[in-house]
Design a protein around this ligand. Sequence first.
Ligand SMILES: Nc1ncnc2c1ncn2[C@@H]1O[C@H](COP(=O)(O)OP(=O)(O)O)[C@@H](O)[C@H]1O
Ligand SMILES: [Mg+2]
Length: 195
Amino acid sequence: MDKLKRMWSFSGIETQKNKLTFKNYNAYNTATEEAKNTAIKYFKSFKQIRTTRKNSIAFLGQVGSGKSHLSIAIGLNLLSKGIPVIYMSYREQIIKLKQNILDEEYYEACTRKFKTAQVLIIDDLYKGKLTDSDINITFEIINYRYMKNLPIIISSEFTVEKLLYFDESIGSRILEMCKNFTVEIHGKENNYRLK
Ligand SMILES: Nc1ncnc2c1ncn2[C@@H]1O[C@H](COP(=O)(O)OP(=O)(O)O)[C@@H](O)[C@H]1O
Ligand SMILES: [Mg+2]
């Protein structure tokens, strides 16, 4: 129990996010149904696919469609099975990393945490103004995980084409890793906040 608690707090998932469960995700049309089913299927397959190349999942597209919700729901379920998960709020962490790019020790420790996490949630990939150092930092993390077959749970408002357009070497690695579990949601009718 203590171990679970420690894992939870180390994960970086704030406790108020414990409501972001599969159960609390309402599948009210085909798009949300598919998103939810894919998330659950991923969680159920996790043990078998964990160490393979295609061990990751991506939720892409429409703002407010529950991409972060489902990413965290998977994370919570993995944590409850004793699998350590690290949550990375992309924009927040990228800003911190860029501010500390000259502080080698901080930079190394922080990137190492995201590179080597057993499971990494990257929430809102490419949020914010994209610079060369954003791309470099992102590549460092994604490529490490790609080489070591370490799973990533990604949410981003950008489509597959956009991910490839921003940076093809990062985008193509992500797409390969998420090949069997990629959900793209389109349409304002899927913005839960507008309901
Ligand atoms: N289908 C859904 N059922 C229940 N709540 C949802 C659903 N989709 C989104 N939400 C809720 O709406 C809010 C926005 O969802 P979020 O996951 O942040 O969207 P996104 O990351 O796609 O922008 C959150 O509070 C989330 O829990
Ligand atoms: Mg989000």
